[in-house]
Unconditional design. Sequence first.
Length: 204
Amino acid sequence: MVLTQKGRNLASFIKPLSSCILGKVPHIIPIPPPRFLYKRLYTVLFDKICVDHCFLTWKPTVSEICYELQLQQLESQNSKKMENQEHPTFGNGKICYLELPSRNIAESASFYNAVFNWNIRQRSDETWAFDDIVNEVSGTWRTDRQPAVELGLLVYIMVDDIEISMQAVVDNGGTITQPVGLEAPELTARFKDPTGNILGLFQQ
């Protein structure tokens, strides 16, 4: 059987993409079921088909495909969770929005979703955003900014159990920069996320 150009181009994706599906690409969380996967591939790849039916005028890398799939999965996992939550409260002086530097948005989204269960969503302009667990503070990640690696403005994230949260930070690619006990009697600690941003943990 002689493959058409379209077939050869499609075949060239099969082997590397299978590695992505099997989780062999670093920092990739489990990939959605095949039907969902192919639907996303259609969106990611086939909207680039040119008018004369050449298969691809732009050929994304496997990492780019996995990046898109990973963010879409996080959004899908969290969308139902937000449906029954009330809108955030509004008021003059309320802290409402954060912009966190990121070296890789998919990596940052995976980290904050896994450690703090933040909701990950895609906005109408196709950028990615997050909401905290009580739907009171939102934000986004910025790849055009340097990480906050020095102490200055310090944001603390409230947790139920600081020891469990510290372990989750480490398990998901972060590091603990200040252990519990240095600000007694308050239960606080500090950590760096995978990008290098320093933030605090606070147990009520």
